[in-house]
Design a protein around this ligand. Structure first.
Ligand code: ATP
Ligand code: MG
Length: 370
């Protein structure tokens, strides 16, 4: 996967820009608040169909205007492609792939493959399960379009079922009539999602272990354990049909508790992936440095699995990452990125083996001539 040219119009602090990238290491350098992360945000938006910062489209549109545009030329497996996203009045107006409109943003996901590394990824290890679920959802959606569709259906059903649970005391007859339909559907979608997540975690484990050993040179052994559907006791649920049966059983046997809570208490929205180092929970016992290495290893695993499934590496986007690393980890990463396209941001001008440097000031991107 190669990002070739990005065109931005009224995006964040950029009025109009056309930025070309080389196939190696592209370094965006400049002072704070000039527009380095904004560019990575636009690239990653074209990859996952949303921002890794704010939730609202309004924030992406340049102050004082109400429309913006991202257009990306990229090459995937030898074929030139284009993605164009237009924002208007606080929402996405149109999404086009190769000049053809596509009805839903979700159909774009997985076209331009990129993996983002940023300092906030430490939260993958430190914070609660929601961060890790989101990591899995983004990573798997890029590889498996059916996964994203199932996830969207699951979330819709979950919302409906939660509304039903909240009104159950007022409308018991209504509840009795419909709850089972929602439970069945939730179990079906949930089982598929759970199995995909379980498979992904197993595959990622291999790379996390390998990266961690290479990077830190220690004998400490990381492991990832998937806890499905809100409880360790449900881990061994077997194949997808068996998982569906187990989940459905949970959902039909606990109505009273769920009505009390006013929410669905079982399902993949409660999943977690526990990260361990030498069988101890990394979240609790690891040092900051160990946590950083684990987070980095998880992202490298994401890139490796993308390469396994798609036959080429995704574009690697590094936001302020290298300056945070100690020498060992930095060297490891620099050796790891050889031969891949990297687009990275930094405040320092003198930074390692750039093949292409772009100076960023006030939303203007100036390529440095050699
Ligand atoms: P740092 O080195 O501090 O991370 P950066 O170069 O990565 O800086 P960006 O995050 O890209 O900086 O942001 C650059 C500027 O964009 C900021 O000054 C911010 O206020 C501005 N900005 C953010 N959203 C908008 C918007 N919608 N319209 C105009 N400017 C915006
Ligand atoms: Mg930044």
């Amino acid at each position: 996967m190669i990002a070739k040219t990005l065109k931005l119009h009224q995006f964040r602090n950029v009025s109009d820009a056309e930025i070309s990238f080389s196939e190696g290491v592209n370094v965006l350098y400049g002072d704070n608040a000039e527009g380095k992360t904004n560019l990575l945000e636009a690239l990653y938006y074209a990859s996952i169909g949303k921002s890794f910062r704010g939730q609202h489209v309004n924030e992406l549109v340049r102050f004082g205007t109400n429309e913006a545009q991202i257009s990306l030329d990229y090459n995937s497996c030898g074929r030139d492609q284009n993605i164009k996203i237009q924002f208007f009045d606080g929402r996405v107006r149109t999404v086009e792939k190769n000049r053809v409109k596509i009805p839903r943003m979700s159909e774009l996901v997985g076209s331009f493959k990129a993996v983002l590394f940023c300092p906030e990824h430490l939260s993958l290890i430190k914070d609660g399960p929601a961060e890790r679920r989101q990591f899995l959802d983004i990573a798997i959606s890029a590889l498996e379009p059916a996964y994203l569709a199932a996830l969207q259906r699951y979330n819709r059903i979950l919302k409906q079922r939660n509304t039903l649970l909240k009104s159950a005391e007022k409308n018991p007859a209504d509840f009795k009539d419909t709850v089972d339909i929602w439970s069945q559907q939730l179990a079906r979608e949930g089982a598929y999602i759970a199995k995909s997540r379980e498979r992904y975690v197993k595959r990622a484990s291999f790379y996390v272990e390998e990266c961690f050993a290479d990077m830190t040179g220690t004998r400490e052994k990381p492991s990832l354990v998937y806890h499905g559907c809100g409880g360790k006791e449900l881990d061994t649920y077997g194949d997808v049909q068996k998982t569906e049966v187990v989940l459905y059983k949970r959902l039909s046997e606990n109505h009273e508790r769920e009505i009390g809570a006013g929410a669905t208490l079982y399902g993949i929205h409660k999943d977690d992936v526990e990260v361990y180092l030498n069988e101890r929970a990394a979240r609790i016992y690891c040092s900051q440095g160990q946590q950083r290495s684990l987070a980095l290893a998880l992202k490298i695993a994401e890139a490796e699995l993308c390469r396994e499934d798609c036959g080429e590496y995704p574009v690697l986007l590094f936001d302020d990452v290298l300056s945070e690393l100690d020498e060992n980890r930095r060297n490891y990463l620099l050796q790891k990125i050889k031969g891949k396209q990297v687009i990275l941001t930094t405040c320092e001008k003198e930074e390692f083996l750039a093949t292409h440097r772009i100076f960023v000031k006030g939303g203007i991107y100036q390529a440095e001539t050699e």
